[in-house]
Design a protein around this ligand. Sequence first.
Ligand SMILES: [Zn+2]
Length: 283
Amino acid sequence: MRVHHLNCATDCPLGGAIFDGRSLGPLGEIVGHCLLIETDAHGLVLVDTGYGLKDVAHPHRAPERIPKFFRGLLNIRLREEETAARQIEALGHRREDVRHIVLTHLDFDHAGGIEDFPGARVHVMKAEYDQATGPWDGFVQSRRYRPAQWDVVVDWRTYRAGGEGWFGFDAVRDLDGLPPEILMVPLPGHTWGHAGVAIRRADGRWLLQAGDAYFYRGEMRGARRRCTPGLRAYQTLMETHRGHRLRNQERVRRLSVEHRAEVQVICSHDPVEYERCRAGHGV
Ligand SMILES: [Zn+2]
């Protein structure tokens, strides 16, 4: 299996290094780190989808695909060339070659590209599907999910954790139609059905796309968690359950320290992790 790293969502929030810990100017950078997996017998598998073609073309036409509140807060850039569809085409594939989409969760910045691959089977935790289809309460909950991004999907596969665990975590090992090297690792807290996606590479090492279980590289791989004030506040704003979120983030941090040789942990939104992956380095 070959894994490509794609950025399918760029946000430039006002605050610069207060968000990303490195920008010198007033604007920070947040990416949407998606994975494209070339499998031998199961076609292309996309992990998360960022913003899609329809988000770029008409983000605010009713029914609204990108909530204006988040568009402003995050200073979202919508670029057609960054959509998964256009990047996959640029790699020489057809959109129909994407047979599976595995989602960490259904937030608007992860689910926008789903409908650009109408032939794909969409895999998500059942708890996530249930939360995303509502009813919602509260300001954030009623804006984060945009059913217009995915309401024409016909081939949903939803899961509960069960069976053999993975490094002490619950896991979903038998994703319908996917090889055993790809599994889901439930990490609730950011949302109820939020999950990481673990991929076993040819060399036996694992890649864990931990989604929004953490947002900043300093939260992993060190003895202590470090996070910028902007991303700390954003994670709090977006959490569905604080206790689960902090506990699962700590478990992933420990995994990143204690099993560093076996598991490479990345998240959805850190630009430095993304750049290192693109360059072929470990994080
Ligand atoms: Zn996100």
